[in-house]
Design a protein around this ligand. Structure first.
Ligand SMILES: Nc1ncnc2c1ncn2[C@@H]1O[C@H](COP(=O)(O)OP(=O)(O)O)[C@@H](O)[C@H]1O
Ligand SMILES: [Mg+2]
Length: 316
């Protein structure tokens, strides 16, 4: 059985008197010990998904199971316990990971203190972890006395303090330069082997995805379809033609036209279908009955499909 099972996850945020759909039906599974990278542009819903998996927020619909925990059933103390002992977080913003007035050592002992680990035991484990992240000699320094890379190493030790099975990393190296980012990623690789961690990492840095076993792409709150492993990888023939896997062809053959876009994450082939734009009707259904129609203004453009005539030349 999969370690993480995420089924038809929908997350709708209420912003003032209108609603914003951040995730629109996410389905995926992860095996124990797997490392998966989620890539996607800013606003795609990556952080939202990580927050749901970390028990920091609840989905609007769908089901979410991590190990033995059905996250939709967890409330109060059980939820706090899940967050404290079963998941570790690593955030992009370095100051979100660490308390500025505590030394590196006391940052690492804090989650253990909250979990009721006796003092001698937590100091011992904190020293082991700081050693594992290569920073034991800086144990008594406060974050401000450490470099960004060193702080992120301490943050990794904090995330692993209570021995969680799952590490959620939200753009963990986003605030670091390339070389430092690579050393932090190498560290994560090492610790993953050592502690048998399952890791889900959001990033918009394609370079980092080579550390992952698998990559999911997220755009506008929806996952790109993964191709089955049995599908042949596309290859150019001698004429320079690309033979696309059957599943991809099926997506495209019925379209009257196909648009090609070069994006930072790769090349996007998109079927151009003359659709009726029913987004407005769908959104109107989702609003409370007494909401005035003007509630759709503002954020609306964020998720309305652009009509064909509105697309730029490059896309057509
Ligand atoms: N707490 C919130 N309240 C309202 N809207 C939010 C909230 N968090 C995120 N959003 C919106 O949800 C969408 C997805 O955001 P996010 O998950 O942060 O994307 P990413 O991490 O991929 O950049 C964005 O449109 C964002 O503005
Ligand atoms: Mg984010």
């Amino acid at each position: 059985m999969a370690f993480i099972t995420c089924k038809r996850i929908v997350k709708v945020y209420r912003v003032g008197d209108h609603e914003l759909v951040a995730l629109r039906g996410i389905d995926f599974e992860m095996e124990q010990g797997e490392m998966v990278a989620i890539i996607g542009p800013s606003g795609a819903g990556k952080s939202t998904l990580l927050n749901l998996l970390g028990g920091l927020d609840t989905p609007t619909a769908g089901s979410l199971i991590v190990g033995d925990h059905n996250l939709l059933d967890l409330k109060g103390r059980a939820l706090a316990n899940y967050r404290l002992r079963h998941v570790g977080f690593l955030w992009q913003k370095i100051d979100r990971n660490l308390f500025p007035n505590r030394s590196a050592l006391r940052n690492v002992t804090l989650p253990m203190m909250l979990a009721g680990v006796p003092p001698w035991k937590r100091r011992k484990r904190a020293r082991e972890l700081l050693d594992a992240v290569g920073i034991l000699d800086q144990a008594h320094k406060r974050p401000v006395q450490l470099s960004g890379g060193q702080q992120q190493r301490v943050a990794v030790a904090v995330a692993l303090a209570n021995n969680p099975a799952l590490l959620l990393a939200d753009e963990p190296t986003g605030a670091l330069d390339r070389a430092t980012a690579e050393t932090v990623m190498d560290l994560i690789d090492e610790l993953r082997k050592e502690y048998g961690l399952t890791i889900l990492m959001a990033t918009h840095d394609l370079e980092l995805t080579r550390h992952a076993d698998r990559v999911l792409t997220l755009r506008d709150g929806a996952l790109g379809q993964e191709l089955g492993k049995e599908e042949e990888t596309p290859q150019f023939d001698t004429e320079g033609r690309l033979n696309l896997p059957h599943a991809v062809q099926k997506q495209l053959t019925e379209a009257p036209r196909i648009s090609v876009e070069i994006r930072p994450e790769g090349v996007l082939l998109r079927p151009e279908i003359d659709e009726i734009d029913d987004t407005e009707a769908i959104l109107q259904d989702m609003l409370p009955q007494d909401a005035p129609p003007k509630a759709l203004n503002g954020r609306f453009r964020l998720f309305r499909r652009r009509k064909k005539h509105e697309r730029t030349k490059a896309e057509v």
